[in-house]
Write a protein that binds this ligand. Structure first.
Ligand SMILES: [Ca+2]
Ligand SMILES: [Ca+2]
Length: 264
């Protein structure tokens, strides 16, 4: 036996007849070794340490992933605009009498996405009162008595329905609404929440109309908003924009920067 191995062996002496003990390794009663040698002991400890690190790493990883998932689920939809193309800047815009349907919206009638400096419909331009981030385009009713566009937003793609059903989620609907001079052609936006069976829950929410007197008979856009609690069991919301004509041929109700936000 090698010397270094003896250092970790446990020797058992005959305490009654110590003289029977000798230095002969063969007669000394070496107890069963805890570890056969240092390398085995080291290997065993290393494996234990390795397993501990792996298990610990897995626990930390799972915990981190859980927290990250919850964070993303609870934060991804909050404080961002859930309306697609609410500002009329996606897709083409009309610079003439041609009707260009807004992208990202379902439409009924000739509701149009037009340039601020449209020559056929001079309702709004880059100098009229309106949003600072107006971009190049907005929506108007074109030649119609009434026309509309709508989109449905799934509320539970990234948000936990438990948050809605515990009355902890609020909403904000906003837009710039207006029209042209003395005409009452105008826009109304309505929110309708639905449950998982597409049945309406809660009450409708409206912004608009902004009539001529609200604009002092000027061609401009006015910022409007409404807030409230998302009703229990709501799983989706329909955003319906309706533009109604009161005067002439053109339907000069105008709207830009439509936003729908969730927050807590
Ligand atoms: Ca715009
Ligand atoms: Ca008109």
């Amino acid at each position: 036996m090698k010397y270094d191995q003896r250092s970790i062996w446990q020797v058992t002496y005959n305490r009654v007849n110590p003289e029977q003990n000798d230095n002969n390794q063969q007669t000394n009663k070496w107890s069963k070794p805890i570890y056969t040698n240092l390398s085995q002991w080291s290997c065993c400890c290393s494996k234990s340490l390795l397993y501990g690190l792996i298990i610990g790493g897995l626990i930390v990883g799972v915990a981190f992933a859980t927290i990250l998932t919850l964070y993303l689920r609870e934060s991804a939809l909050f404080n961002i605009n859930l309306v697609t193309n609410g500002n009329g800047e996606i897709g083409n815009c009309s610079s003439s009498n041609a009707s260009v349907s807004p992208m990202g919206w379902n439409v009924n009638g000739p509701i149009a996405q037009i340039y601020y400096n449209n020559t056929s419909f001079p309702d709004q331009n880059f100098a009229t009162i309106g949003p600072n981030d107006r971009g190049k385009c907005y929506f108007m009713g074109h030649d119609s008595a009434s026309t509309s566009m709508w989109q449905v937003v799934n509320l539970t793609n990234q948000i936990d329905p438990v948050l809605i059903d515990s009355f902890t989620v609020k909403f904000n609907l906003s837009a710039w609404l207006g029209g042209i001079t003395v005409q009452n052609d105008s826009v109304v936006i309505m929110l309708t929440f639905s449950d998982g069976n597409n049945l309406m829950v809660g009450n409708n929410t409206y912004i608009g109309p902004v009539l001529a007197t609200d604009r002092a008979n000027r061609s401009l856009l006015v910022a409007k908003q409404a807030t409230g609690l998302v009703p229990v069991h709501a799983r989706s919301v329909t955003i319906l924009v309706t533009i109604t004509r009161f005067t002439g041929t053109a339907n000069n109700g105008d709207v830009d920067d439509i936003g729908f936000y969730l927050y807590q």
